[in-house]
Design a protein around this ligand. Structure first.
Ligand SMILES: Cc1cc2nc3c(=O)[nH]c(=O)nc-3n(C[C@H](O)[C@H](O)[C@H](O)COP(=O)(O)OP(=O)(O)OC[C@H]3O[C@@H](n4cnc5c(N)ncnc54)[C@H](O)[C@@H]3O)c2cc1C
Length: 463
């Protein structure tokens, strides 16, 4: 293996997922020169395009169907910063949940055009498919959460929180469980109520547009990753794909400098920088930190801040089942929810110019993971045909299972999440798992990347 000459960069970011890209954009805007090192062939990490191969052709879909909420302010302002206009790339709809089941009644929640949180309270009040008593139980829980500012003395599971507020099994199955899986991708039995409440507070209690649903008009790479890359390159910085970082070390000669070793095809490269951001998922960050060698610090997680933070996470899967129907077919709603079924959320991709293509999201673990792809697609097609009267024959399908789609957002998770700054001056972490108080989401990733960048900027302002 050849080793090329060491090159210097002002900041090196390891990993070009949405957190790494957000960090780079924020720094580049402040005049920093950044080098982004990405092991994959393309940027975007877990939120990127992949190919859907039909018999004779192929088209781009997402590695997993994503949607956003109006409360994702950091993501929306980052889009603006690189010149993307919201109306060109997103469709915004006031929150409306249409929840179907093969055996249970249809339930609908539609927010009203009032200031928050009244828009939602009136929505709960007029929910279709629930009894007066069930609606009353939801409203009294919502009011209690408002009054207590969505805070808990001690973290508990979402299920415990719902039981505390006497939510019936029907309300839990039809409303709260799907919402918890959609936002935290963690089963209610062990999902953190505190993180769930943070998302509810940001989306439901501040401005009524915060609860809007935002749907992408393009695949995630075309929409954000490619324009983000152009922005970074145009501003004198660079992204290097297929360049895997294999070690991060301090320079034995200049101890305030890092040496980053990479492998690209069969060649080894090394880079020097005084500031490094590791923007990889926690399990990779952990292996990179193990390669860290310094005479001052032990080679383990003790370099994290706060001292009790850890990179030992459990993960939850997400399965996206893409079903291709004839192009004349479309869903009655952009998104349909399903409860007491394997399918959870079903999204019509006609917005991404893919008529007849439906993305079915199954968050978290479940028996579906034991089925073959063919069996699973047939089962989902059957479920949908029970609730959608005019569903045509299925033409083709593709299933993408991300086993480590998100970290498992468990009770007390916030206590273990590390800060961006580490104990090593100049070494930072970014990624959805860091302590943003948000679950594993695009918004969490972007907040983390921006926060790491701000700390580097702050350090420069003190020099
Ligand atoms: C199927 C699925 C559906 C989802 N749905 C939603 C949704 O609807 N809404 C939402 O908000 N969020 C959703 N998420 C979560 C969201 O995609 C993630 O939270 C976000 O993309 C995480 O970004 P990140 O930058 O923190 O990490 P990552 O995307 O994991 O980025 C890390 C990057 O580091 C690179 N890397 C790893 N090792 C190395 C190395 N040694 N050297 C160099 N580079 C390396 C990786 O290739 C990757 O590009 C979903 C995720 C999945 C998987």
């Amino acid at each position: 293996m050849k080793l090329t000459q060491t090159q210097n960069s002002e900041v090196i970011i390891i990993g070009a997922g949405w957190s790494g890209l957000a960090c780079a954009i924020t720094l580049v805007k402040q005049g920093f020169t950044v080098r982004l090192l990405e092991s994959a062939q393309q940027t975007g990490g877990r939120a990127r395009q992949v190919q859907f191969k039909h018999f004779l052709s192929s088209e781009t879909i997402d590695n997993g169907q994503h949607i956003m909420l109006g409360a994702y302010h950091s993501t929306l302002s980052l889009f603006k910063e690189i010149g993307l206009s919201e109306k060109d790339i997103l469709e915004r709809q006031p929150l409306e949940l249409n929840l179907f089941s093969t055996k249970q009644p249809f339930i609908q929640l539609k927010t009203k055009n009032y200031p928050a949180p009244l828009h939602l309270l009136f929505g709960f009040m007029s929910m279709q498919g629930l009894t007066l008593n069930e609606r009353f139980k939801i409203i009294s829980m919502a009011l209690h959460l408002e009054i207590t500012c969505y805070k808990l003395k001690n973290d508990i599971s979402v299920k415990q929180l719902l039981n505390k507020h006497s939510q019936s099994t029907k309300i839990i199955n039809a409303l709260w469980e799907p919402l918890c899986l959609a936002t935290l991708n963690t089963p209610i039995e062990y999902a953190s109520a505190q993180v769930f409440l943070k998302v509810l507070k940001d989306s439901f209690s501040k401005k009524n547009h915060d609860s809007d649903l935002l749907f992408f008009r393009q695949d995630l790479s075309q929409l954000f990753c490619l324009p983000a890359g152009d922005f970074i390159n145009r501003n004198g910085s660079s992204i290097h794909c297929e360049e895997k970082v294999i070690a991060v070390q301090t320079d034995p000669v200049e101890s305030n400098q890092f040496i980053i070793q990479t492998r690209k095809q069969s060649k080894k490269h090394s880079y020097k920088s005084k500031q490094v951001v590791i923007a990889t998922p926690a399990y990779i960050t952990k292996t990179l930190i193990r390669t860290f060698s310094s005479h001052k610090h032990t080679v383990n997680e003790s370099l994290l801040k706060p001292a009790n933070a850890s990179l030992n996470y459990q993960y939850e899967p997400i399965c996206t089942v893409y079903l291709q129907y004839p192009s004349t077919f479309s869903l009655a709603h952009r998104m349909m929810g399903f409860y007491n079924t394997t399918a959870q959320w079903v999204i019509d991709r006609s917005l991404t110019n893919q008529p007849g293509l439906i993305a079915v999201v199954i968050s978290g673990p479940g028996l579906h993971s034991r089925l073959s792809h063919q069996q699973l697609s047939e089962n989902i097609h059957q479920e949908l045909s029970t609730c959608i009267s005019n569903l045509p024959d299925l033409l083709s399908y593709q299933i993408i299972i991300e086993k480590r789609a998100t970290f498992s957002c468990r009770v007390n998770i916030d206590q273990q999440r590390p800060q961006n700054k580490t104990q090593i001056p100049g070494l930072y972490l970014a990624g959805d798992y860091t302590n943003t108080h948000y679950p594993s989401t695009l918004e969490g990733a972007i907040r983390s990347g921006q926060s790491a960048a701000r700390q580097i900027m702050e350090k420069r302002s003190h020099e």
